[in-house]
Design a protein around this ligand. Structure first.
Ligand code: 13P
Length: 260
């Protein structure tokens, strides 16, 4: 029953957010590029201006490149935006869409997230769709309705093949950058509900399901054995090679023992 869909390797994704510098990135990327492969897919998502630097330093390594966002149009008069085809040209394979920080601070509503998801697919990128509820919504018992709404708005625009190739990250807003991770039970229950929502749109689709929110090497120890968790979306801990690789190691170890 493991949802390690279609035997795809588990995904360890670093979302650097608005952090980094040429010098700091070089040290981090070199360490990640040189670390031996652990059987997981290792992905880093630096800020836009550093994508070219990252593509160069990661060339020939197993580490894949992703972006943190893309524009809702393929080109045009959108000052300050970066389009999906540009990301593909720079060597990105993934793009995060609908992160709660974008939804809360930059006007990324459901329609815009759906447009970005479609553009990502059209230009050969794998979208990592983020969904999650606020603490107030969680405490009011609205988490499922909120997440279902976020999912329906995007899944309703995709065919089954694209839903199958999508990556969905459950990131409860109350767990992001707070040091307060969701519990194993909360993660498992949320991912079960997400899988049910997916099944309503495409019964045979098995998108990879990630958890994000204060993931550390310590929380990875109990996240990794959870059968529904296909990987993690890591913020703060992805800025240090040692911490990020320790998270990957936890998943690699669980994969070998629990799943063979
Ligand atoms: P933290 O790991 O810093 O809580 O961030 C999570 C996140 O938002 C990843 O996208």
């Amino acid at each position: 029953m493991a949802n390690h869909a279609n035997n795809r390797p588990r995904l360890i994704v670093g979302n650097w957010k608005m952090n980094g510098s040429l010098a700091a990135n070089a040290a981090l990327l070199d360490a990640l590029a040189q670390a031996p492969a652990a059987g997981c897919a290792r992905v880093v998502c630096p800020p836009f201006p550093y994508l070219a630097q990252a593509a160069t330093l990661l060339a020939g390594s197993e580490v894949a490149l992703g972006a943190q966002n893309c524009g809702h149009a393929a080109a045009g008069a959108y000052t300050g935006e970066v389009a999906a085809p540009m990301l593909a040209e720079l060597g990105c394979r993934y793009v995060i869409v609908g992160h709660s920080e974008r939804r809360a601070m930059f006007g990324d509503d459901d329609a815009r997230v759906a447009a970005k998801t479609a553009l990502a697919f059209e230009h050969g990128l794998t979208p990592i769709l983020c969904v999650g509820e606020t603490l107030a919504q969680y405490e009011a018992g609205q988490a499922t309705a909120v997440i279902d709404g976020q999912l329906d708005a995007v899944l309703g625009t995709l065919d089954a093949g694209r839903i199958d190739r999508l990556v969905i990250a459950y990131e409860p807003i109350w767990a992001i950058g707070t040091g307060r991770s969701a519990s194993a039970e909360q993660v498992d229950a949320a991912l079960e509900r997400i899988a049910a929502a997916v099944a309503r749109h495409a019964a045979s689709a098995r998108p990879q399901l990630l958890y994000g929110g204060s993931v550390t090497a310590a929380t990875a120890q109990w996240l990794a054995p959870l059968a529904r968790v296909d990987g993690v979306l890591v913020g703060g801990a992805s800025l240090q090679a040692e911490a990020f690789l320790a998270i990957e190691q936890a998943f690699a170890a669980a994969g070998q023992t629990a799943r063979g």
